[in-house]
Write a protein that binds this ligand. Structure first.
Ligand code: APR
Length: 235
């Protein structure tokens, strides 16, 4: 079955993205040769223990990342995924990315599995805060430090977000998997859930991943370029 026949607006569509979708916007991925983690060990920075040990260090690292991300603009992959939300009557975007570029490109039906770097919350009472423009970490009125509202290693994902992600993947009839290494759970399980329930899986990546073994179509290439070429399918 070819893509043109498969892409029908009444199909329930799920899109799963990883950092590869933002690579062409200039945001480093996590595990590539210039990956973010290459310079830092995740244990040093993106864990509750690291923040407890040294709030200013972790806060400064996130400010550095916000600096990079703040300069980034959505690329064609983000914009076409936004078109997809308007094309399919039943659509959900499930992203592992915390950069907010999908929102910036116009998507509204989004599950941000790993949170959003532009949001903050109290480390102690979990009170939510918006953007905080400060070089040093601030404190909540409860006395706790305010931290980025992102999921750190060793932390669990928001239960409701995760339940919805699995439910939507189970119901999916077509599932796009873009720019993820498929190595980090529970996000990496979602395409398998979709497959088990009969969805047609399309993966777009520079290279094959563990997920590639179950997909119906693997399209090698840069997400921005490939999605630009598919734009006319979603009008
Ligand atoms: N187009 C398509 N795919 C790309 C591109 C691109 N321009 N550039 C890189 N890729 C692919 C890489 O081949 C790789 O498979 O994107 C994937 C990026 O993988 P990772 O760096 O592992 O990022 P991701 O899968 O999003 O990581 C998942 O791990 O560290 C945690 O919380 C972090 O959300 C992140 C999670």
């Amino acid at each position: 079955m070819n893509l043109k026949e498969t892409i029908k607006k009444d199909k329930k569509c799920v899109v799963l993205t990883g950092s590869g979708v933002s690579a062409e916007s200039g945001i480093p991925t996590f595990r590539g040769e210039k990956g973010l983690w290459k310079e830092y060990r995740p244990e040093e920075l993106a864990t509750p223990q690291a923040f407890t040990r040294n709030p200013p260090l972790v806060w400064k690292w996130y400010n550095w990342r916000r600096g990079i991300i703040g300069k980034a603009e959505p690329n064609p992959a983000h914009y076409v995924i936004s078109d997809m939300e308007n094309f399919f009557t039943d659509f959900i975007l499930i992203t592992q990315n915390i950069d907010g570029l999908h929102r910036k490109a116009g998507n509204k039906k989004i599950l941000e599995l790993h949170g959003n770097i532009w949001e903050n919350k109290c480390f102690n009472c979990e009170k939510k805060f918006g953007e905080i423009d400060s070089l040093e970490p601030q404190k909540c009125e409860c006395g706790g430090y305010i931290r980025p509202n992102v999921v750190w290693f060793g932390e669990s994902l928001d239960r409701e977000v995760l339940e919805t992600a699995f439910l939507k993947s189970k119901e999916a009839e077509i599932c796009f998997v873009l720019g993820t290494s498929g190595l980090v759970q529970p996000a990496a399980s979602l395409p398998y859930v979709a497959k088990e329930n009969g969805a047609y899986i399309i993966e777009i990546n520079l290279e094959r991943t563990p997920i590639s073994s179950i997909v119906d179509e693997f399209i090698p290439g840069k997400a921005g370029k490939v999605m630009e070429g598919m734009k006319k399918l979603f009008v």
